[in-house]
Write a protein of this length. Structure first.
Length: 299
């Protein structure tokens, strides 16, 4: 599919790429959001980098560690938008079947390491626009979730990384659609049908436990929910809604129509597991469990 955003032929592609990659961290969204990202994404989708994809991916992945560990400075912009471009590269392979497993696995390790270590979780930055590291990282994980190179073990690791990210202490409330984007990445994992129910249920239970207060005898009460518990609770609800209503794939993704055609395996059991955790979070509010008749109909 040609985007219409053609590569200029009066300058070398590598020179243009270097400039655009540097712009991914530009504090002005006109350069970052409106120029660098759409041009790089379009050229990747149009196949302009097909013979250079591994080198481009390696270079983009290095942007994930740019200033990693800092919080509330401009360095997050390069990391976050590097994640978006790396997602485009992985999705290009998902569509065109260009790469071996080695670079995909390498980038997956680098992406998951960045995602759990990222400290700057702002969505919107005044005067700078979107940072959105959590949402962009979720989009990247969703691209990996679709990859033919990832099997049960790798997809299980991705779920663990998402759990670690949700439960990690933070001072940022996610209010810019982050939980929906994470839930969508998880839905892609579910749709693959590789991770068994005996892994999914404990994973959901771990998140549910993190969304509930646990006060030990003799401890002073603290404000509840903590921010990370609030984010996790919202995620469980978002995941429930997506499972209950069903989600659709991206129209420009080669296999998404087939991947999302039917509900994921274990849908009913996973919905019940999530219901149990939501009910346990507020037992004073919800009626006691009454079994499978509480489930919504399939999408």
């Amino acid at each position: 599919m040609n985007s219409g955003m053609h590569v200029p032929r009066d300058r070398p592609l590598d020179e243009l790429t270097t400039e655009l990659v540097q712009m991914l961290g530009h504090p002005d969204p006109r350069w970052r959001d409106d120029t660098a990202y759409p041009l790089l994404a379009s050229w990747i989708r149009d196949g302009e980098y097909d013979d250079l994809l591994v080198g481009l991916g390696d270079g983009i992945a290095r942007g994930l560690i740019n200033g990693l560990g800092y919080d509330a400075d401009d360095s997050v912009l390069r990391r976050s938008f590097s994640a978006l471009i790396l997602a485009e590269i992985v999705n290009r392979d998902n569509n065109a079947l260009l790469l071996s497993s080695r670079p995909i696995m390498r980038w997956g390790d680098e992406a998951t390491s960045w995602y759990v270590r990222e400290q700057d979780l702002r969505g919107w930055i005044p005067n700078h626009g979107w940072a959105h590291a959590i949402a962009h990282g979720a989009d990247l994980l969703g691209a990996f979730a679709r990859s033919r190179h990832l099997a049960r073990m790798e997809l299980t690791v991705m779920l663990d990384v998402i759990g670690d990210r949700l439960l990690a202490p933070t001072r940022y409330v996610w209010r810019h659609g982050e939980v929906d984007r994470i839930a969508y990445a998880v839905m892609a994992i579910f749709q693959r049908g590789k991770v068994p129910l005996n892994v999914l249920e404990p994973w959901i239970a771990r998140l549910g436990a993190g969304a509930r207060p646990e006060r030990r005898r003799g401890e002073s009460p603290s404000e509840w929910p903590s921010i990370e518990a609030h984010n996790t609770s919202n995620f469980l609800r978002a995941l429930y809604v997506q499972l209950a209503l069903g989600v659709q794939g991206h129209p420009d993704m080669r296999d998404d129509v087939e991947l999302f055609k039917d509900p994921p395996p274990h849908r009913a059991d996973v919905l019940l597991a999530i219901i149990d955790q939501i009910r346990a979070e507020s037992p004073w509010l919800f009626t006691p469990g009454t079994g499978r008749r509480t489930l919504p109909p399939g999408p």
